[in-house]
Design a protein around this ligand. Sequence first.
Ligand SMILES: Cc1cc2nc3c(=O)[nH]c(=O)nc-3n(C[C@H](O)[C@H](O)[C@H](O)COP(=O)(O)O)c2cc1C
Length: 374
Amino acid sequence: MPHSSTTQPTFWVRDVPVYGDVILSPMAGFSDLPYRSLCYDYGSAMSYTEFASADAIVQGKEINERTLRILGYAPHEQPIVFQIFGNSVEILLEAAQRIEPLGPSIIDINMGCSVRKVSGRGAGAGLLREPAKIGRIFAALTRAVSVPVTGKIRLGWDEDSLNYRDVVRAMTENGASLVAVHGRTKSQNYGGEANWDAIADLVAVADVPVIGNGDVATVADIKAIKAQTGCAAVMIGRGAIGHPWIFQHRDRHEVSFAEKALFIRRHFTLMRDFYGEELALILVRKHIARYLKGYAGIKDLHLGLVTVQSVESFHQLLDAVVERLGDFTLGSTLDSAPADTEEETSDECQSTEDYSQSASKRVDWTRSSSALPA
Ligand SMILES: Cc1cc2nc3c(=O)[nH]c(=O)nc-3n(C[C@H](O)[C@H](O)[C@H](O)COP(=O)(O)O)c2cc1C
């Protein structure tokens, strides 16, 4: 069901109401329709697609199958935000015009991707070096499409060019309706800490709603970033992978593994419906690794699940994990195994690699075991 229209919206993106203030981050390789719609059902207030390449969208007569899958959404996910990336005003414009008939509530421009293949070509965070071009992009798109146009940024290219104020001015003077900001520079990638003070500064100068993002992983963090920055809403990325319960304001240790297993089965069923069995069995593995993160004493089953080959063994292995972990919550079994600390950035690279290649490559990399996330 769409989030309640019986209460007042928490904030507006121009004329689009948003109910709630905690949002799943766009994440290539994770925020696909199955996972995103489940997070929405748990309370994520807006649905951002994974980023889609503007170049890929404008290539050919028809939008290719892979891009259509990225931009697929469940009807109840409202508002649905289509995120695109590119380095050319004209191509971003044409891409926005091409995807508008698919029904997004909002079109968002990615200006935060730090992966070299994207930012090095002047797209994603690469755009932060060219505020004037950002202005031209927003001027063109806001005139050409009828839905609000928004942007997701980082604080700047590096410490010496923290130009988020200029970037936001370029956006809002040219019609942007919302800014989401990851409180790091491009150079930081995912290192160090997100700078919430800079987000607070941006909130103070922006005349549109600001979504704060970076290092929010617990219910206490949600409260803290809101209090420190005054942002209209909070976006959660890595902290929501394997933990959709954050959108119900529940921390990892508050959910028993038995409850997690029920969710994992539902998640997998949606993946199967969406991708087909073969691909779902491959794509589910990286989620499984995150669901199992932090549990001790299941190494053998963990290995089985992240290499699972059939639906039958998926369910059998999960049954075995439930049997072993019973009703334990993470708090009672946690053994923060260092091996469980995944490298989110490498996932992003992997997915981005996928995005910047041809349509059929998505299936190719997911089938190649050497390319699978660890
Ligand atoms: C695997 C992965 C994929 C990502 N893909 C995207 C993307 O497609 N679009 C985007 O704007 N940001 C993307 N990001 C960045 C996140 O949206 C978010 O800004 C970042 O992870 C910081 O938030 P966090 O500390 O809550 O994870 C991605 C991040 C990760 C870890």
